[in-house]
Design a protein around this ligand. Structure first.
Ligand code: PEP
Ligand code: MG
Length: 578
């Protein structure tokens, strides 16, 4: 039995077989196989070689004789791949060491490459690069098979990986993938957000977890305590089966709150909205009692489909959502691509600092055709109900004004074609950078509402990458600097009498709710599965209690002190959730 501690990012408990998702960009871990699995792994090696030969032959034929240098390289690669002794070294390793095909490929090819690298002859030492290329091609083929399996699952599994991109998580078969455990990531990384939205347990920042798991393993993911257990003993299994039942019971109990109002004990109404990534989530958002959509992360339309969505794809997604919500608000955030959210067939060039680079509204403002396609669809859908437009990562007034001008351009285009739209559609912005938080009063004059995106606001205020496990302990929305900005934005929005909501992950976190209410937030947008639990907290407190807690927190000087204080307060109210 192997117990690993990471960061709990999505609650719940699951016990299932693992599906390991390796990446060729990271070390392939040694994973043992049984003697009876030798032949199937040898077959995988042989098939991968055959496929690599096919790929290269096709590539070779696609290049003309004039491209001599490229053809020379293909010829060298093909020679290696057709060399039976080369392949035999790998299959022998599988049989003797009892390891997977991927591991054998990476060990043997790296051995050969490093042998070449150490030779004095520069011509030979440069051949190491060819070997790395061949390794990469073979691993892409072998790992691609696993990826396909995740799409074609027929039984429940938990996915274990070094890291998962938002595109990968979005592409999983949601009926069968019941949990995530990754070595990388933090509480607000997009894998975590998708897991919370799907309501499946997830733990991230687990050192070396992929190494411990084999196809025969059984895995427990405890998304409440941030623990992953590989090959649990009988006693642990029994204990966790009980925990899982208790958790389900609590969930059912909380679900009975669905039709009850989110109102504090002293009668203050709180507006609970849902964050969604996929149109299919609308059903769950309604079931859990949300009063509308407060954040529709539309970039997932790009991430799930292999191609760029058409205006009709956008329109279909938005019109279905707004119809399902029958008159309730649906806040559509224009696409927030970039940083870690890149479409699979990306047209991005790699950036050294993608989080500070061409992402989000900046990307849209430089790719107007793509942006206008989306805006046109949103505006067309705006006649179907209470649709609002939300712009991500607005950093200053100039960016806001420029974007609003583009929206007006699109409105004029629609006028020309006599297509109806709501000309007074509310336009709001996300407050996600210190710059926009500090200048909130200026920005408030030019927009209808703010939504505080605490995930990015925390990242940019503390200069800590939200998805990097190495600095995960430094990332905290309870930091006094972050809280001061949140407090200021709520104050400025109220003063300017514009709408205000909080839609970052703090709104899904039971520990933060009393504080957010105490700081004056009255609209929260959160992961649908968390709505009942958050509603229970709201229904258990008075605004006076919340204000008192917020005043106490304002006098504290460290995130640790604040975090402990918030946790204690929340535990007193809803001990079962901790
Ligand atoms: C945020 O940054 O808080 C937010 C809600 O946006 P996202 O998590 O999609 O970046
Ligand atoms: Mg954000």
């Amino acid at each position: 039995m192997e117990i690993r501690k990471g960061i709990a990012v999505s609650p719940g408990i699951v016990i299932a077989k693992p599906m390991v998702f390796d990446s060729k960009d990271f070390r392939i871990p040694r994973r043992s196989i049984t003697a009876s699995q030798r032949m199937s792994q040898v077959k995988r090696v042989r098939n991968a070689f055959a496929e690599a030969i096919n790929e290269l032959t096709e590539l070779d034929q696609a290049h003309s004789i004039e491209e001599g240098k490229i053809k020379d390289i293909f010829a060298v690669h093909l020679r290696y791949l057709r060399d039976k002794s080369f392949r035999k070294r790998i299959t022998d390793y599988v049989c003797e060491e009892l390891t997977t095909a991927e591991y054998a490929v990476s060990v043997i090819l790296r051995e050969i490459a490093s042998h070449f690298e150490n030779l004095k002859d520069t011509y030979i030492s440069e051949r190491a690069a060819d070997i790395y290329d061949i390794e990469s091609r073979l691993l892409t083929i072998l790992l691609g098979e696993v990826r396909q399996e995740v799409e074609d699952l027929t039984e429940e599994v938990v996915v274990i990986a070094h890291d998962l991109t938002p595109t990968q998580t979005a592409g999983f078969n949601k009926t069968y993938v019941k949990g995530f455990a990754t070595e990388a990531g933090g509480r607000t990384s997009h894998t975590a957000i998708v897991a919370r939205s799907l309501g499946i347990p997830a733990v991230v920042a687990l050192e070396d977890v992929t190494t411990n798991v084999t196809a025969e393993s059984m895995v427990i993911i405890d998304g409440n305590r941030g623990v992953v257990i590989v090959d649990p003993d009988e006693e642990t299994l029994d204990q966790y089966r009980q925990y899982a039942l208790d958790f389900l019971r609590l969930e059912h109990e909380l679900d009975t709150l669905r039709d009850k109002p989110a109102v504090t004990r002293d009668g203050v109404q709180i507006n609970l909205l849902a964050n969604i990534e996929f149109p299919e989530e609308t059903g769950q958002a309604l079931e859990k009692g949300s009063m509308g959509i407060g954040l529709y992360r539309t970039e997932f339309l790009y991430l799930t489909s292999g191609s760029e969505p058409t205006e009709e794809d956008h329109y279909k997604a938005y019109s279905e959502t707004i119809k399902a919500f029958k008159g309730k608000p649906v806040v559509i955030r224009t696409m927030d691509l970039g940083a870690d959210k890149l479409p699979s067939r990306t047209r991005y060039s790699a950036e050294i600092n993608p989080v500070l680079g061409l992402r989000s509204i900046r990307y849209c403002l430089q790719n107007l055709t793509l942006f206008k396609t989306q805006l046109k669809a949103i505006l067309r859908a705006s006649v179907l109900g209470d649709i609002r437009i939300m712009l991500p990562l607005i950093n200053n007034l100039q960016e806001l004004r420029q974007t609003k001008m583009i929206i007006r351009d699109v409105m004029e285009d629609l006028d020309e074609d006599s297509i109806p739209y709501n000309s007074s559609v509310p336009i709001g912005i996300m407050i996600e950078t210190p710059s926009s938080a500090i200048t909130a009063t200026l920005l408030a004059k030019d927009c209808d509402f703010f939504s505080i995106g605490t995930n990015d606001l925390t990242q940019y205020t503390l200069a800590v990458d939200r998805a990097n496990e190495h600095v995960a302990t430094l990332y905290s929305s309870a930091d006094p600097a972050v809280l001061q900005l949140i407090r200021g934005v709520i104050h400025d929005a109220n003063k300017a009498q514009i709408g205000l909501s909080v839609c970052g992950e703090v709104a899904s976190d039971p520990e933060f709710i009393i504080l957010l209410l105490g700081m004056g937030a009255r609209t929260l947008s959160l992961a649908p599965p968390m709505i009942p639990e958050i509603k229970q907290i709201i229904r258990s407190v008075t605004v006076e209690q919340c204000n008192k807690l917020a005043r106490a927190v304002a006098g504290m000087d460290s995130q640790r002190q604040i975090k402990n204080y918030l946790r204690d307060a929340a535990m007193k109210i809803l001990p079962e959730a901790f």
